[in-house]
Design a protein around this ligand. Sequence first.
Ligand SMILES: Cc1cc2nc3c(=O)[nH]c(=O)nc-3n(C[C@H](O)[C@H](O)[C@H](O)COP(=O)(O)O)c2cc1C
Length: 204
Amino acid sequence: MKVIVAVTGASGALYAQRLLQVLSQHEQVREIAFIMSEQGRMLFAHELGVNLSLKNPDLSLLGVSMDKIVPFHPKDLAAPPSSGSARYDGMVIIPCSTNTLAKVAYGFAEDLISRAAHVILKERRRLIIVTRETPLSLVTLRNMVAVTEAGAIIVDANPGFYHNPKTIQDLVDFIVQRVCDHLGLNVEIVPRWELPEKWWVHEA
Ligand SMILES: Cc1cc2nc3c(=O)[nH]c(=O)nc-3n(C[C@H](O)[C@H](O)[C@H](O)COP(=O)(O)O)c2cc1C
């Protein structure tokens, strides 16, 4: 599988870090195109204290093996993710700002992230958009509907608590596992929901 991972300027750099770690170790993933917006770069610096170059980001600073990573500058519109012929299997925008969501919803392709998302939709591949914003304006809700109608999947950064998380990493892993589910990858990093026997409903 060839996937594109894009990082934009919404809070939640930890989600991107963990997804990249998981994908880079997954046997079914052979290539990860990595694109970060200027604001995404800032979020890595602000939330994780890691300064990455836009052109040649050293993801080993995030504990990610560079073996499968192919980085692209967000302004490089001539890069392979701009073309359907590059045949990526899927793309994850994690985290996805409401700004980038709006661009995808309206078909703007003025940078490599929005262009790649547009290509993934037109090629009928999987586009997973991990939004993070609260509360949601009507504009954002409408943009979420528009991308969903176009075939994307919104995995809102909105973790469940039924796996009894003890750490922030447990919450991050919940979202990352759901993203991998929708990419079609088998990843087991948090327990899945199973109804405890004591909660079973017994007919009276
Ligand atoms: C510290 C910080 C946190 C932000 N968090 C969010 C957020 O959680 N969600 C969001 O939609 N925008 C957030 N923004 C605003 C976006 O970064 C801004 O809309 C920017 O234009 C996004 O650009 P991009 O889509 O090219 O990355 C944040 C900005 C800053 C500086």
